[in-house]
Write a protein that binds this ligand. Sequence first.
Ligand code: PMV
Length: 359
Amino acid sequence: MNTALFISKESNKTIEKATYTWQTPSNIALVKYWGKSNPQIPKNASISFTLNNCHTITTIEFLKIEKSSEAKFELFFEGKKKDDFKPKIAEFFKRIEKYCPYILEYKMVISSENSFPHSSGIASSASGMSAIAMCLLNLEKELNSDLTDEFINKKASFLARLGSGSASRSIEGPLVVWGEHPEIEGSSDLFGVKFPYKIHPIFENYCDTILLVDKGEKQVSSTVGHNLMHNHPYAEQRFTQANENLSKISTILQNGDIKEFINLVESEALTLHAMMLTSNPYFILMKPNTLEVINKIWEYRAQNNSNICFTLDAGANVHVLYPNTEKTEVESFIKNTLTVYCQKNQYICDNTGFGAKPN
Ligand code: PMV
């Protein structure tokens, strides 16, 4: 697809000052994205549940200035100036200025906060980048009132992707596919699209309890991890497998075969970590308690004929997934058995959500 479509048109309107606030969620991949080529093009298609409670709220104040050669901005996180996040955002603005040249004509004051605890090991880049993208699109819409909601979502996802790949899946919900795939109509490497088929009721309002097993900084960033897929001995098989898994999960999500869902989702989580274990340099992001939790989940599932399962992100925390119909039993199992493996017994109850909201 032609990226020229995303270059904003010149506007004959002048806006001197504007403020927009957006709330955008985090997401958890079921089929994982791990490996990319430039510029942020995924090596395989991925699909995620959009979360509801784990979100970022971002306000951007735009003040018109003389056109500058680089984006001018200040950054506040939870009320405090946050200069250490600036290089990442500056790089993001550099990448998107071709598509949003108007950002060079404003001074931007960005203020952000997360609903989840700071350094909880929950990636905030997906919700953070998508929230900035929505605020920019809000200004773009004011400058050019022809933009449709469909285009706004597409471009916001396109921009968010250039900040952090998985952020492309945080604009809509409850299920988003990113990466071109022959069986997903409208799918693209450039932006995420809502899963286009009817979802079986068992997967509606699905629950995700995030166990905060380790809240420390990751030893290896996802940027480094993605790069290690370049010379990885199993990379090609992995990309093929992920695309096949996307075909399978598309069928499962429609027919409601939850046993197949559990098998595929857990296998994807372990495969993601297997890629880390078998890269060079190799690394381990799971912690002993990650494995304790996985074993307890397997034990509980076998004994109770439950449909609980787990997935993992690039970290030690465990996402416990289960149908809404099993909420009462599973939540008491989590409380009684799993929280002892969490730092300070902390966990976050979440469920699938519908994406970005103006605030
Ligand atoms: O969006 P990034 O570059 O932080 O990569 C995220 C990759 C995983 O979270 C591990 C998997 C995924 O698909 O979200």
